[in-house]
Design a protein around this ligand. Structure first.
Ligand code: TV7
Ligand code: CA
Ligand code: ZN
Length: 372
């Protein structure tokens, strides 16, 4: 593909920001509406195809999930949940995954964007696709996990696999991308790569030694990191690992989960990336010139989530934006500076150069088993 301008499709449903996990829950779908408002106030919507995705159907979702689980999700409501506690126990982990009002519709918007986005890449209609409502990487075949009910990413990758022999899944959310890794753990057609905080941190999986099984052996890549990683050290590991992955696997498409809980100052994550450091990963992946599908994910300091996804939209478009935020619907969230940037802090980086070199060299050894 020629470098320079890329044809970008941006999937957005106006309703997505209205769904609510509960007043005190950290996951706020509203942050997607906040990001959209910054995107439009910069005029970025004029530079891309803005598409409202068709909602995913039960048939779409059961390409990965079990019929039992999706039927339950379709029926559950806060009131009904109280009448069937044993069902909830089977499908929904308490507190993390509440049966909130409209949970099924919320999932059908998120998954609808990831399926339609994959189809756009398959048909060569876009070089880059964005679905900030996607990225719910923990959802399992028959149960919800970690704020995720329907795994839009697995559904998107299954769609990409209809047209592409090999797909890279890349996950820069601060949590391990366990649901996606598990779904493709035995196949050599998807290489799944997750960078995450590891050690006494949810979901607890993603050891560097976990590399896949059977045909999938060496097609799972895990980059376990300690607290406080900064832009420079993250870029060092990220670029070395991803250059290695792209050269050895040569995918036809990349699906990148851009969870922003890896930013400095997140309510859940303890990394120290600035907005620029996070976006540098997106820019690096864009530079390979392979069709790129960016989805959202975690991110719990919502003013910084909105800033970063808006900025990453501009990076994907190759359209520079002003450092001061234009007036937008949620302007008062961004005071007192009203700037786009999310700076890093002075927290201690618990990752040493030796540990990081070790990680890169172990992964290099794993990838030597992947046939060219
Ligand atoms: C992709 N951490 C999702 C990340 C999912 C993390 C967890 C919470 C949490 C849940 C709440 C809440 C919270 C302040 C934080 C073992 C437990 C401990 C529930 C309180 N406040 C993504 C999931 C993780 C829910 N879960 O990768 C309601 O933190 O650690 C756990 C599990 C059992 C359940 N309890 C937490 O970013 C989108 N949950 C407040 C209200
Ligand atoms: Ca991750
Ligand atoms: Zn996360």
């Amino acid at each position: 593909m020629a470098l320079g301008r890329r044809r970008v499709a941006y999937f957005y449903d106006e309703d997505v920001g209205s769904y609510n996990y509960g007043y005190d829950h950290c996951m706020k779908p509203f942050r997607i509406r906040m990001a959209h408002s910054i995107i439009t106030s910069y005029g970025l919507d004029k530079k891309m195809s803005v598409i409202r995705p068709p909602r995913a159907t039960v048939q779409d979702m059961t390409r990965f999930h079990t019929d039992d689980y999706i039927t339950y999700l379709q029926r559950v409501s806060p009131e009904l949940a109280e009448q069937m506690p044993t069902y909830n126990e089977r499908f929904l982990p308490p507190l993390d995954c509440p049966p909130f009002d409209g949970v099924y519709e919320f999932c059908s918007i998120s998954a609808g964007g990831s399926i339609a986005g994959a189809r756009r890449i398959n048909h060569g209609e876009s070089d880059i696709v964005i679905n900030w409502a996607g990225g719910l990487h923990h959802a399992k075949k028959g149960e919800a996990s970690g704020f995720c009910y329907v795994n839009d990413i697995v559904l998107g990758i299954l769609e990409l696999l209809r047209y592409h022999q090999r797909v890279v899944y890349l996950d820069i959310d601060v949590h391990h991308g366990d649901g996606v890794e598990e779904a493709f753990y035995t196949t050599d057609r998807v290489m799944s790569v997750s960078f995450h905080q590891f050690g006494n941190f949810f979901p607890g999986t993603g050891d560097i030694k976990d590399v896949g099984v059977e045909r999938g052996k060496y097609y799972a890549v895990n980059v376990p990191l300690r607290e406080g990683i900064d832009d420079d050290t993250y870029a060092f590991v990220f670029q070395r690992v991803m250059r290695n992955v792209m050269e050895s696997f040569r995918p036809g498409a990349v699906l990148m989960q851009c969870g922003t809980d890896s930013l400095s100052g997140d309510r859940l994550g303890c990394f120290n990336l600035s907005m620029k450091g996070h976006a540098a990963c997106v820019e690096f992946m864009k530079s390979f010139g392979v069709p790129l599908f960016c989805v959202g994910g975690g991110g719990y300091t919502i003013r910084n989530v909105a800033r970063t996804w808006a900025y990453e939209t501009s990076v994907l478009l190759g359209e520079p934006v002003e450092p001061s935020l234009p007036y937008n619907d949620y302007y008062d969230f961004y005071g007192p500076e009203y700037l786009l940037d999310v700076p890093a802090s002075n927290m201690t980086n618990m990752n040493t150069r030796e540990q990081l070199e070790r990680i890169c060299s172990d992964i290099h050894d794993h990838l030597r088993h992947v046939p060219h």
